[in-house]
Design a protein around this ligand. Structure first.
Ligand SMILES: [Zn+2]
Length: 383
């Protein structure tokens, strides 16, 4: 425990807000893992300012489990902290600091256990995956999973240590965010036929999206345990135009969907692309050939689909002595690993209620529960 809190204090001191570099923290993690004999791979992003780390202890074979966590934290701007968010302090059985629960506590626990894992494991490997830019759309994990796809050896299971109060989570919806921009042609309001009104086309686009809500409800998987059980769709913002008497040349729709299954997201995207190509764009371009509709993907975080067979869930039930598995309303990197063919659960110390807030903390009780679970995992991997 003392070792874990020592490591955690070191990790909190790296101010790895998503906008900034995480390289110092990754170097620290790499050093520690190399010291226990892990094979460590640091993968940089295009800017060279951020990196993922993937490390393996044990045999070079297929299988084994990935312990995964993100290195970045949300900003502390405009938050009223009692003490320095990047200097961990202990008060009343709680460790305070930015990232203690989301999710450096889990990372510290896995690092503290690494020497023991190294001494124990023989047949199956154990992997560490520490990523960048989770808080801004799981970007690092996307790159990491892509790199794993290109490898010959595949892990079998993944445990994502996001704060779930150490309860096992087997599913969450995806979160897809888009901005759709309409470029029309300005003109005088007295003669609408001579311009292309971007606001009117945006309104038609929104209407088509809203029509799809009915489709999505009909597509609800019969055994869905999500709340609500179907894929939801929300129009978050609609902006455009300049004045009452001017044909609007520009408009933008910001919208999102929360898919319960990947095929729903494809259905929405395909339908909207077809509607633009076959209906809206020909009408716009008949008047103004340069008219356009462009959709920017702000983020597409895959959901974690609950499945009847899930070895990771069974393993965690063994380690924690409970068969319960829940669904949660927040997104994680889990869906990306699931898409790679791994069995995945989310389970980590601390509560999501404390994440992202001022005076974020992790209770020592939660951290010790996590260490106990990892100890049992080490024992399992020894056989
Ligand atoms: Zn997180």
């Amino acid at each position: 425990m003392e070792q874990t809190t020592g490591i955690l204090s070191d990790l909190i001191a790296f101010p790895t807000v998503s906008a900034d570099s995480n390289l110092e923290m990754i170097a620290y993690l790499a050093n520690r893992l190399e010291d226990c004999g892990a094979r460590v791979d640091v993968m940089f992003d295009a800017s060279g300012q951020k990196a993922n780390l993937f490390a393996t202890l044990g045999p070079e074979t297929d299988g084994g489990i990935v312990l995964s966590g993100h290195s970045d934290v949300v900003p502390v701007t405009d938050q009223d902290w009692t003490s320095d968010p990047f200097a961990m302090v202990e008060r009343d059985g709680r460790l305070y600091g930015r990232g203690t629960c989301d999710m450096k506590g889990f990372i510290a626990a896995t690092l503290a256990m690494a020497p023991e894992f190294a001494a124990q494991i023989s047949r199956r490997p154990i992997h560490f995956a520490f990523t960048y830019d989770e808080e801004v759309g799981c970007i690092g994990a996307g790159h990491l999973v892509q790199a794993l796809r290109e490898r010959e050896l595949k892990p079998r299971l993944a445990l994502i240590g996001e704060p779930t109060s150490m309860r096992v989570v087997e599913g969450h919806k995806g979160c897809h965010e888009y901005s759709t921009r309409f470029q029309g042609l300005e003109g005088h309001g007295s003669d609408p036929g001579r311009g292309v009104n971007a606001v009117e086309y945006a309104a038609r686009y929104v209407n088509r999206l809203l029509d799809l809500r009915g489709d999505l409800q009909q597509r609800t998987p019969p055994d869905s345990r999500f709340d609500p059980p179907w894929t939801t769709l929300n129009i978050g913002a609609l902006n455009g135009g300049s004045a009452h008497n001017v044909i609007a040349s520009k408009a933008q729709v910001d919208w999102e969907m929360r898919p319960v299954q990947p095929s729903d997201a494809d259905h929405v995207k395909d339908t909207m692309a077809r509607y633009c190509r076959d209906t809206l764009l020909p009408a716009m371009q008949a008047i103004y050939p340069e008219a356009s509709i462009e959709t920017e993907v702000v983020g597409e975080v895959a959901g974690l689909t609950p499945t009847s067979q899930n070895e990771a869930r069974e393993l965690m039930a063994d380690l924690l002595g409970s068969n319960a598995a829940e669904l949660v309303p927040f997104g994680t990197e889990a869906g990306l690993f699931q898409a790679l063919g791994l069995d995945v659960v989310v389970c980590g110390p601390g509560s999501i209620a404390q994440a992202h807030k001022a005076d974020e903390y992790l209770s020592l009780d939660q951290l010790s529960d996590c260490l106990r679970m990892l100890e049992r995992l080490g024992d399992q991997l020894a056989n």
